[in-house]
Design a protein around this ligand. Structure first.
Ligand code: HSE
Length: 433
């Protein structure tokens, strides 16, 4: 059979890894795909010193790759929104299949991209867009296709997890760890995407669509970053038997879909609480399978290339299938996507960790607990830390309650004369049904 020709756009960390894996494993890949896969052309403005591109056509114009008649599959690894969207749409228009690692692009423009691809009978594969080397998209879309998914939760930003781990284990400074993650090629071009949870929200949006069969709705994701987590919170959480992780959580609740990224206290004994450094992990709970956990490197040149190249092989294997006989882009048939709403954060339910500074005098805790009681919030645990100051940190763990009830309780607590400053709130998850 004729070889399949690939055009790679972008030769940075992931592009370089993709080129090297395709080249190094060419023989094994051919045995798997049933055809030879060759890199026909690379669109890049800069050579990558990690790649020996001798003998491969290079161009500084990525659009040349998207319209090269020899290229069957365009691999978009430039990142970002606008140019990447133009490139992918041009490739589709030219009848080329697309493989991309671009989570921002898929989360924000995926609906229109898939519609265009469907019309042109081409595939858009995006395994590398979520959790780097972990084949989580394939697991949800194919491996768990028999299940009604109840919820999923994941550590899906390596940089954020790396920062939290280094801060907790080594007491390192936030900015110092972030610089290291940038140097290692883990961080986004704009690292606030990592730290403020935008990157995780992109990935969660994709996972939620695959799990629940809803259109991509990034704009409805609730996002809270890790930059306000203090060393004290990390320490109090440990004392209570929890660990703070930056999680993306999506749950099929009775009245809609929860879609939220925020720091979360999780029991220290949970496997996912022990996912450290740049590693990612995603838990998926299905009605038939129960809880499952997927773990691996969420970023980096070759782990991400592993997903990109596997997607290329997948595309090659199904080249002759028509669009109605392929695995649908969003796991469910496009005509069967559901309009179940994504819930605003105020309508989601969670347990909470609260930390507040209370004036050291009798009756303060009674006032706080009566506010919680009046709002229908059950207290699970309460600790008052010893101090010689005139104010004491009080930490309260609550049971599950609607976020809007907690908003109300927090504003009433903050209005008390005996409470100084704001109440810190961190959501708590136990991963039960
Ligand atoms: N910046 C991302 C991360 C890269 O740290 O996980 C992989 O998507």
């Amino acid at each position: 059979m004729k070889p399949v020709k690939v055009g790679i756009c972008g030769l940075g960390t992931v592009g370089g890894g993709t080129f090297n894996v395709l080249k190094r494993n060419a023989e094994e890949i051919e045995r798997r795909a049933g055809r030879q896969i060759i890199v026909e052309q690379i669109g890049t403005r800069h050579e990558n010193p990690a790649c020996d591109t001798k003998g491969t056509q290079l161009t500084a114009d990525i659009f040349e790759v998207a319209s090269n008649p020899e290229v069957d599959i365009v691999v978009e690894l430039i990142g970002g929104y606008d140019v990447a969207l133009q490139l992918v749409m041009t490739a589709i228009e030219n009848g080329k299949h697309v493989v991309t690692a671009n989570k921002a692009l898929i989360a924000v423009h995926g609906n229109e991209i898939f519609e265009a691809a469907q019309k042109k009978n081409v595939m858009v594969a995006f395994e590398a867009s979520v959790a780097g080397g972990i084949p989580i998209i394939k697991a949800i879309r194919e491996g768990l296709a028999s299940n009604r998914i109840n919820w999923l939760a994941g550590i899906i930003n390596g940089t954020g997890n790396f920062i939290m781990t280094e801060m907790r284990e080594k007491g390192r400074d936030f900015n110092d760890v972030l610089k290291e993650a940038q140097a290692l090629g883990y961080a986004e071009a704009d690292p606030t995407f990592d730290v403020e949870g935008i990157d995780a929200a992109h990935k969660l949006t994709i996972l939620a669509s695959l799990a629940f069969g809803i259109p991509l709705q990034f704009e409805k994701a609730f996002t809270e970053g890790i930059s306000k987590i203090t060393r004290e919170d990390v320490q109090y959480a440990e004392e209570l038997g929890y660990r703070i992780k930056h999680l993306g959580i999506s749950r099929h609740a009775e009245n809609g879909i929860e879609l939220r990224v925020h720091p979360t206290l999780i029991p220290r004994s949970a496997l996912i609480a022990n996912v450290n450094g740049v590693m990612n992990a995603v838990m998926v709970d299905g009605d038939a399978v129960g809880q499952t956990l997927y773990y691996g490197a969420g970023a980096g040149a070759e782990p991400t290339a592993s997903a990109v190249v596997s997607d290329i092989i997948d595309v090659v294997r199904t080249l002759t299938a028509d669009r109605d006989n392929r695995v649908p882009h969003l796991a469910f048939q496009p005509s069967a996507l559901s309009d179940v709403p994504v819930l605003p954060i105020s309508e989601t339910e969670s347990a909470y960790y609260l930390r507040m500074n209370a004036v050291e005098k009798p009756g303060v805790l009674a006032k706080v607990s009566s506010i919680l009681g009046e709002e229908g919030i059950n207290i699970e645990a309460i600790i008052q830390k010893e101090t010689k100051e005139y104010q004491v940190p009080v930490i309260i763990l609550t049971q599950r309650v609607l976020e809007r009830k907690m908003d109300e309780a927090i504003s009433r607590i903050e209005a008390l004369d005996e409470i100084n400053g704001q109440v810190t709130r961190i959501r708590v998850e136990h991963f039960t049904a």
